[in-house]
Design a binder for this molecule. Structure first.
Ligand code: IPE
Ligand code: IPE
Ligand code: MG
Length: 249
């Protein structure tokens, strides 16, 4: 038998279902200019707006943005309240823009611990945009990957206790179905800005096979050209999920 080596095909761009962004570097951006840290958060909204527009225009189905982690409560009360105000103000200000672009808002994280005014506007916007058919924008707010796993452990333990499930029947898929993020596909690409290469408790379970792109650019300076660089990086990767190779179509 003669072994004929197949001509290697040029890899086609990979499908990107879910892009996730750890928007980091707001504080440093402001500090570099000698301004208070919260100025960076204000400017960060501009980058976020642009990112949402680009993803929506390019037909990316899911975009998660990490807006506030369960550990971010450790910051000064002034900084926390600026971030909270900014979130509710932006949601109010851009509600028509979300509708116009058919963007559907989802929230990941524990809203119960937020001030009622902030929680209400998130809930209102989730409700208002629920029939929109375009980009699914997932805002991770008061979100922590560890907390999400613990919440799933509690729910599955309850199911076992109530006799709805056998311990030995708990599979990965089963466990995953108890996690809040299981309603979205796992992120294909995670962009972290601000030159820091860690997950900081973001999407711990579902990021198992996500590609990670670290950008040196601080979030307030992250623009469409930078986003294109990240997407180009993604198209060059070979995703194997543990296998020796994965054929690209
Ligand atoms: C990210 O920017 C925004 C949030 C965590 C809310 P940072 O505020 O963490 O900015 P740096 O990392 O201190 O520069
Ligand atoms: C991660 O950034 C959280 C968000 C971007 C919302 P942090 O600035 O909180 O992460 P660490 O503290 O540098 O790990
Ligand atoms: Mg940071």
């Amino acid at each position: 038998m003669v072994y004929v080596k197949k001509k290697e095909a040029r890899p086609a761009p990979l499908p990107l279902q879910h892009l996730a962004v750890i928007m980091d570097g707001n504080g440093r951006w402001a500090e570099k200019k000698g301004w208070p840290r919260y100025f960076g958060h204000f400017r960060g909204v501009k980058s976020l707006r642009q990112m949402v527009k680009s993803c929506s225009r390019w037909g990316i189905p899911y975009l998660t943005v990490f807006a506030f982690s369960t550990e971010n409560w450790k910051r000064s009360s002034i900084e926390v309240s600026v971030i909270m105000k900014l979130m509710s103000r932006s949601l109010t200000r851009y509600q028509q823009e979300l509708d116009r672009n058919q963007i559907r808002l989802h929230v990941l994280g524990n809203l119960e611990e937020l001030a009622p005014s902030v929680r209400n506007i998130f809930n209102e916007m989730v409700e208002r945009t629920k029939n929109n058919t375009g980009l699914k924008l997932i805002v991770a707010v008061n979100y922590g990957g560890r907390q999400e796993i613990i919440q799933a452990v509690r729910a599955i333990s309850r199911a076992v206790k109530e006799g709805q499930m056998e311990i030995d029947n708990i599979t990965e898929d089963h466990f995953y179905s108890y996690m809040s993020s299981s309603v979205f596909p796992p992120p294909d690409l995670i962009i972290r800005t601000g030159a820091v290469s860690r997950l900081s408790n973001f999407y711990l379970w579902t990021a198992a096979y996500s590609e990670i792109y670290v950008s040196d650019v601080l979030w307030p300076d992250f623009n469409e050209a930078e986003l294109k660089k990240a997407l180009h990086f993604y198209t060059q990767t070979s995703r194997r999920f543990g296998a020796a190779s994965l054929e690209r179509k």
